[in-house]
Design a protein around this ligand. Structure first.
Ligand SMILES: *C/C=C(C)/C=C/C=C(C)/C=C/C1=C(C)CCCC1(C)C
Length: 239
């Protein structure tokens, strides 16, 4: 980490700290929205929307801590909170795929397979960000990511979605796009923020800053957007 990185991270007015702050507010608002909407849904769909709210709520809490760490210029702690957040919320997103596909007879094994892959992806990513070879561990993480993409686009999950058809198939397809495009922002952020890819200067503001801003943008898109897709499926199924 360079001195300028430290200065900007520790500055109240820095764009990075602002995205931590606004990210926290957005996650809180989304959580309130999901939780307060629960009563309107058929029982079968309540769990799905509840999980949407849990995902944004867990993120909101971690964003408060990450912002504090950013204010203190403490990059190690931002990274630690980031990965604790992800290791809780990404498996919950895998649970969402399972819950939606349950109507087509999805088995728990599908859910556990996705969760297992996401844990591999995140643990190896954390290794790459915490001092071990960022290229080697990032590549392993990327492979796990590709297997997840394969499973939901072309594997067992895709077959179940086709069997379910209608609104479920439609929602599944949108969630698949989130994973393919929205989740792809993370490895880009990782490459901008770790040594061995774009060079140590970073693309825009400097490595560490690029990475945090990209992660924050990606989180807002993926956690809130993903939740809204599930929400609107529940609305359709209840009507
Ligand atoms: C709410 C948080 C989400 C959806 C986080 C998703 C994170 C990823 C898809 C991270 C992926 C990574 C790679 C594919 C390679 C480099 C290391 C990671 C962990 C950044």
């Amino acid at each position: 980490m360079t001195n300028s990185t430290l200065l900007i991270l520790g500055d109240v007015n820095s764009p990075v700290n602002f995205t931590f702050f606004i990210g926290c507010m957005a996650m809180m608002a989304a959580s309130a929205f999901f939780f307060l909407s629960l009563n309107q849904f058929d029982k079968k769909w309540r769990t799905s929307v509840l999980v949407s709210g849990l995902i944004t709520f867990i993120a909101a809490v971690h964003y408060m801590y990450m912002r504090d760490a950013a204010m203190a210029g403490d990059v190690m702690n931002i990274t630690a909170f980031r990965y604790v957040d992800w290791i809780l919320t990404v498996p919950l997103m895998c649970v969402e795929f399972y819950l939606i596909l349950k109507v087509a007879g999805a088995k728990k094994s599908l859910m556990w397979r996705l969760i297992f892959l996401s844990v591999i992806m995140l643990v190896t990513g954390y290794m790459g960000e915490s001092g071990y070879d960022a290229v080697v561990w990032g590549t392993i993480s990327g492979l796990a990511y590709f297997v997840i993409v394969y499973e939901i686009w072309l594997g067992g999950a895709a077959k179940l979605a086709k069997e379910a058809g209608g609104d479920v198939l439609h929602a599944h397809k949108i969630l698949c796009w989130f994973v393919l495009v929205g989740w792809a922002i993370y490895p880009i952020g990782y490459m901008a923020g770790t040594a061995g890819w774009y060079g140590d200067a970073g693309l825009f503001f400097g490595m560490e800053l690029d990475m945090q801003v990209l992660y924050n943008i990606a989180d807002a898109i993926n956690k809130i957007g993903f939740g809204l897709v599930v929400y609107s499926l529940a609305v359709k199924k209840t009507a």
